[in-house]
Structure formats: structure tokens, C-alpha cells
Design a protein around this ligand. Sequence first.
Ligand SMILES: C[S@@+](CC[C@H](N)C(=O)[O-])C[C@H]1O[C@@H](n2cnc3c(N)ncnc32)[C@H](O)[C@@H]1O
Length: 183
Amino acid sequence: MSQAIFELPFWRAFLANPLKVASPVPSGPVLGRAIAAAVDPRRPGAVLELGPGSGAVTAALLARGVAPADLLAIEWEPEFCGHLRRRFPGITLIQGDAFAFAELVQDRPLKAIVSGLPVLGLSKARRRRFLGQALDVLGEGGVFVQFSYSPLPPLPGGHRVAVARSVVWANLPPMHVWRYTRG
Ligand SMILES: C[S@@+](CC[C@H](N)C(=O)[O-])C[C@H]1O[C@@H](n2cnc3c(N)ncnc32)[C@H](O)[C@@H]1O
């Protein structure tokens, strides 16, 4: 599995902010690859990652062929931001609230948004708004990916939203990868 069970930036951030970081363990490489597989690196547009943490999914997106110049990430936790800046100097890292992504990325055309944000504690209305905003920002053919412990859709789909799921058992804990597109 080769998942980093102990990673210092992750533990520090988790101890400082358990509710926002939501997990003491970063995603493993199998999960990273499953998430990155939803992104077509040949399509035009940038990829936006929400809540990259210590960069497990970021690394998988770059390995998939997303150019560093086409990768934007929004992370709130200062410990992670310092780590990400050192680890991925070529990407655009914004330190801020990832739920305000629409204002933060402005008019940059996006082909995919990938989120590891903890969303299960949000109200249903807030989750619906978050997904709606993401699909609106993406436009035609864009994909929104949310990974979650939840075997039920972590974001309520609704009218004209197609939802697909895969499960990555080779991750601690096993993770559900939810893929949302305009139906
Ligand atoms: C479950 S961790 C996932 C980390 C990483 N993507 C991974 O797979 O290992 C959630 C991440 O979202 C970040 N986060 C939570 N709420 C945030 C917010 N409102 N704005 C920006 N980042 C946030 C946390 O700091 C943490 O890095």
C-alpha cells in the first residue's frame, strides 16, 4: 500500500485543527491515482485542488501529466502551505478558504476540481450550494471529484447532475471517490 501512516506535517496540522484536517493520515498513492484518473490531462484548462493537505493527491495529479502551471490549490492550514510550497514550487498555491474558490480563482478556465475537504458536517443546503458552484465554474465537460469516507453521496446531486462512485479499498481508511458531472 505504501501509504505514509506517520507524516509530521499531517500530524501537526491534525493536532492543531482536527475538525478541518479531518484525518491524521494523508491519502495513499492508490487513492491518489484513482482520483487523478478522473482528470484528463489532455483537455484544455486548469485543475483546482481544494484541501491538498501534504500533497498526496497533488503528486498524483502531476504524475498523471497535469502541468504544474495548470495546477491550482487552495489550502487553509499554514503548516501544509509551507510544506506544499517547498514540495511543489511550480504550482499555484493560494492560502485561503477553499469554500470561497469561485472568488479566489476568478475567471481561470477549469477542467476539473478535486476536493478532499471535509463536507459531511455541513448542512445539506450548504453542500448543495458548494457542488452547484463547482459545476457552474467548470462548465461543459468539467468534472468535480470529492473523496469521502461516506458510502452515501457526500454532496447531494439533484437535477441534471450525474454521479458515479468508485471505492478504493487499498487506502487507510478505505475511501469512496465520488465523481460529479452535469448530466
Ligand atoms: C481530509 S484532509 C485531505 C488532505 C489531502 N488532500 C489528502 O488526501 O491527504 C482535508 C484537507 O482540507 C483542508 N481544509 C479543510 N477545510 C478547509 C478550508 N475551508 N479551506 C482550505 N482548506 C481546508 C485541511 O487543512 C486538509 O488539508
